[in-house]
Design a protein around this ligand. Structure first.
Ligand SMILES: Cc1cc2nc3c(=O)[nH]c(=O)nc-3n(C[C@H](O)[C@H](O)[C@H](O)COP(=O)(O)OP(=O)(O)OC[C@H]3O[C@@H](n4cnc5c(N)ncnc54)[C@H](O)[C@@H]3O)c2cc1C
Length: 644
């Protein structure tokens, strides 16, 4: 008790200091209203080293209010209380928190458990925050108990499904990490709630790889993560795109959600339907703009509740695989011409997918030798074709309803050629080399063979990606959407010395320690809306996502000790940021922006929906239980390691 009084006094004096610094009475009040939060922060300090610090937050907007130097707490406590009794009281409290956590059926993994690190790690090895404890609940009731306990003991929570975020938004220092991996239901059902008559119940902890194995993509289609180890929860709650074709065909994953089962911040179990939120005891809250949880969860879900199951629309036709075609992009005009070509068709969806991997990056038995030979083949093609750039892969998907399982490469090649795109196998040298085949009437077969081979390699890459373990690779990425032209990134896409198409060496990225970098340039060419997307728009920013706009991502992965690789992405980001100053663009929430501190991420992710989302947040989570870097209430906390 004495300990907390001391802390409270200390907090008031530091809030006065904060007032002097900021000159804001409102700021002081907000800060001083959060005395308990500071106390919790101080309590955390007891378990830390003297050199550590702890930030504490204020008010509904959860702004950083101050930083507590842990050594100060220890000194302060020492001045008023015998250290042994302070530590004893903290330990008693930790013990009672642990016993409270035990009153549910899930597994509890403390910091001293040998399984702690394995469960703590996420995909990105650069995420190093240490939760206080990890809990793996089995039931929604368990989750409910955990949220109530966290609230009672003033502990922050973080929620994780697949752990596949590029950044560190599912991991928080000192928090109770709720690992949702046991919520892995995958069940195909017939239901009149779905406009197709078919839907799937998907647990938040399922991965898209497992879903694709269960709900066969040769028969059914639905937007899913391109990388199969991506989790359902983060993907659907943040939007969910598949640039290989299903986005342009069916829209965002979130637009295909029919209803959700969730646990609210106060521990209540609810079903979130389009028009209302229904409690287990039958209480119904009809949705208004200020409390529309169905709207809010589909785009900003990680800030609002824990969703444990989704009813998801399934389309009863196969997923159409893309044709993979090699093209030349040597100039900014070539890149822009590609955009123009794509904007004219309602048949094809296009994505440039340029991948550059280090010699020893891939491990699968056949993939490894193929990918070792790949750089040589690309150098050879560039030299023999006397080109200034390396060949670029474009993935072209037939997005018409009823298109079947594959996209026929020959018509796709013809479409590209008709629109002035320079297709690789269509020049004089290749004509001579392939003349025997061509003269036998097999011109189409050449494109067909290239496509089959590339699809085989792509499938192998997907399989290997599925086996990537958390914590092995560090990663950094950039993302820009709603670009009207390619001009903001053309220079870097072409000329960057490490990953540009006109770089000197195919493997130049290795010079900076990058093991695998890939560009994805996607041309939005969305064809149709679902009934849900028409009547119940999602909260992801869509106002600037016009047809024919372009979206780019660049991601690099590297061994954790190769810390110069981020320079590649950071350099390109700085260039693009400066070209976009004063221009309208958006960012995609599932690739949290790594732009510099001070960027208005909320606006880039949710645009004009931010105010409504804040009202919804206030209604369902007024204590701001669900917050993490770059969440609704955390505009000032960056998600990205390696970025200042
Ligand atoms: C290699 C790779 C490929 C990718 N490919 C794609 C792609 O094709 N398309 C695409 O759209 N995105 C893609 N992503 C991004 C990915 O969709 C997002 O990072 C997504 O958030 C991952 O979901 P998750 O459940 O695995 O992540 P997590 O890291 O577990 O969660 C991400 C965020 O969602 C929150 N969250 C998770 N589960 C819940 C829940 N049940 N309730 C409330 N909040 C929750 C977490 O707190 C965290 O803030 C890719 C990422 C990687 C690394």
């Amino acid at each position: 008790m004495k300990f907390y009084i001391v802390l409270a006094l200390w907090t008031v004096s530091s809030c006065n200091a904060a007032e002097n610094n900021s000159g804001s009475e409102l700021g002081r009040q907000l800060c001083c209203n959060q005395i308990m939060m500071t106390s919790f922060c101080a309590r955390d300090c007891i378990f830390k080293q003297c050199s550590d610090s702890c930030t504490y937050r204020c008010g509904f907007l959860n702004q950083v209010c101050g930083t507590l130097q842990c050594s100060d707490v220890k000194l302060l406590c020492g001045a008023f209380t015998a250290p042994s009794s302070t530590q004893a009281s903290a330990l008693i409290e930790t013990k009672s928190l642990t016993s409270a956590l035990r009153e549910q059926s899930g597994r509890i993994i403390g910091r001293d458990d040998p399984d702690f690190e394995g469960n703590r790690m996420v995909f990105n090895a650069a995420c190093t925050a240490q939760p206080f404890v990890i809990v793996i609940p089995n039931t929604p009731e368990d989750v409910s108990h955990l949220l109530k306990t966290a609230d009672e003991y003033g502990r922050e929570v973080s929620i994780r499904s697949g752990g596949h975020s590029y950044t560190c938004n599912s991991l928080k220092e000192g928090a109770i990490l709720i690992l949702m991996k046991n919520f892995d239901r995958i069940e195909l059902v017939e239901t009149s709630l779905s406009e197709t008559g078919k839907a799937a119940w998907l647990g938040t902890g399922a991965t898209w790889g497992n879903i694709l194995k269960t709900i066969d993509s040769e028969k059914y289609s639905y937007p899913h993560g391109q990388c199969r180890s991506v989790g359902v929860g983060g993907f659907l709650l943040g939007g969910g795109v598949n640039w290989l074709g299903t986005y342009n065909k069916y829209g965002y994953g979130a637009e295909n959600i029919i209803k959700m089962k969730a646990v609210l911040a106060d521990g209540s179990l609810v079903t979130v339907e389009k028009d209302s939120t229904v409690y287990q005891n039958g209480r119904i809250v009809n949705h208004t703009p200020d409390n529309n949880l169905f709207f809010g969860l589909r785009g900003a879900g990680s800030s609002l509740a824990v969703v444990y199951e989704f009813l998801y629309t399934v389309h009863e036709e196969p997923e159409t695989r893309p044709a993979i075609i090699l093209i030349w992009i040597e100039t900014a005009a070539d890149l822009e011409n590609l955009l123009q070509a794509f904007s004219k068709t309602d048949q094809y969806s296009f994505m440039v997918n340029h991948q550059i991997s280090a010699m020893d990056f891939w491990k699968r038995p056949l993939l490894d030798p193929l990918m070792k030979a790949f750089p040589l083949a690309m150098q050879a093609l560039r030299i023999t074709n006397r080109k200034t750039a390396f060949p670029v892969q474009v993935m072209v998907t037939d997005m018409r309803l009823g298109a079947g399982t594959t996209t026929s490469p020959v018509p796709a090649v013809n479409y590209l050629k008709d629109n002035g795109v320079n297709v690789l196998l269509d020049n004089y040298f290749n004509y001579i080399a392939l003349r025997p085949l061509m003269s036998a009437g097999a011109q189409g077969s050449v494109h067909y063979l290239v496509d089959r081979f590339s699809n085989y390699v792509y499938e192998e890459i997907e399989k290997e990606q599925e086996s990537w373990q958390p914590g092995v690779w560090s990663s950094i990425s950039l993302n820009y959407g709603s670009l009207e032209t390619t001009s903001a990134f053309a220079q870097d896409f072409l000329n960057d010395q490490y990953v540009g198409m006109r770089r000197n060496l195919f493997l130049a990225q290795e010079v900076k320690g990058c093991s695998f970098c890939f560009w994805m340039v996607h041309f939005r060419n969305r064809q149709r809306q679902t009934k849900i997307s028409e009547e119940f728009p999602i909260s992801t920013r869509t106002d600037t996502q016009q047809p024919s706009s372009v979206e780019i991502n660049l991601t690099c992965m590297f061994a954790p000790d190769q810390t110069s690789c981020p320079d590649v992405v950071n350099g390109i980001r700085t260039n693009i940021d400066s070209r976009l100053t004063g221009k309208s663009y958006s960012k995609y929430y599932n690739f949290p922006s790594c732009s510099k501190q001070g960027t208005d991420w909320r606006n880039l992710y949710w645009g004009s929906n931010v105010d409504q989302l804040m009202s919804i947040k206030n209604y369902w989570d007024s204590k701001d239980m669900f917050n993490h870097c770059q969440s609704l209430t955390n505009n000032d906390v960056s998600c990205c390691p390696f970025t200042n």
